[in-house]
Structure formats: C-alpha cells, structure tokens
Design a protein around this ligand. Structure first.
Ligand SMILES: [Zn+2]
Length: 151
C-alpha cells in the first residue's frame, strides 16, 4: 500500500502541480455506517459520492470514500481491493484531499477543494479508457455543481 501511495503522490505532483508530500495518510477500511458517522461528525471531511440519482428519499447518500483532515485518515469501503481502475480512482481522489490538507492549501470554498480531486480522478480513469460518467454516474454538470463556489 505504501508503494502505491508513493506512486500516486508522484503522479499527482507531476501532472497536477500538487505538493509532493510523502507522509502518507492512515488508511482504514470502514463500513458505510462508520464513514457516515465520521462524515457527519466532522463537517470538514471531504468525500467522493456517487451521483445524486442513486439517493432515495429519506436515505443518506452512499459515501464512496472519505478523508478526514483532523486525523489524516483515508477511509475506503470494506470491500475495497484496489484491483480496478474505478477503485484506484477513488483512492486518487482522496489522496488529492490528503495533499491539500498536508500542504495546508486554502480554497475559496469547500466545493473548490473538490475541483482538483475530480480532475485528477477523471484523468486517472481516462488512462484506462473510462470516465466518471460510466463508472460513477457523475456527468460533467454534476462535477460543475460540486466544484463551483455558490455566491
Ligand atoms: Zn472529494
């Protein structure tokens, strides 16, 4: 896992001008319940979610993965193996948040913090001929809404 994280940090630093911080986050495989608990306990935690259309009324949106700034812990689903481009792209997305946090980067709003994460995740999937739309049902409009500061 450490080698994989090092490779991802290098890829992010080279391609997206993100700081190359090699103090890796703590990785934890967690249940959906645990991730929800962490997410709602810490408003600062950032996350990748599937498209809103998968959310049924009265149900919390499924949290795909989560990075907790305060504890520098990256939560992945229990069933995560890292064997598919899709699963690795989730790790790539959360590693962007780790680098943002570790380097103390400041953004105009929480959504702006998501922008580089989605750009990197999308580019990663493209390496394997996939898209955010195919893998997660996240279309360009959804990305725009999630990454734009609302004034
Ligand atoms: Zn995110």
């Amino acid at each position: 896992m450490e080698t994989l994280l090092t490779a991802i940090v290098t890829w992010l630093a080279v391609n997206f001008n993100l700081p190359a911080v090699y103090e890796h986050p703590r990785i934890e495989l967690a249940s959906a319940e645990t991730m929800h608990a962490v997410r709602y306990r810490r408003p600062g935690a950032t996350h990748a979610q599937p498209a809103a259309r998968t959310v049924r009324p009265g149900q919390l949106p499924e949290v795909e993965a989560l990075y907790d700034d305060a504890t520098r812990t990256l939560y992945l689903p229990e069933e995560w193996t890292g064997r598919t481009p899709r699963e690795l792209s989730v790790l790539v997305h959360e590693m962007v948040h780790h680098l943002q946090n570790a380097a103390g980067l400041r953004y105009e709003c929480a959504q702006a913090r998501e922008k580089p994460a989605y750009v990197a995740q999308s580019r990663w999937l493209e390496l394997f001929g996939r898209t955010l739309g195919e893998e997660f049902g996240i279309d360009p409009m959804t990305v725009l809404v999630r990454t734009a500061c609302m004034h």
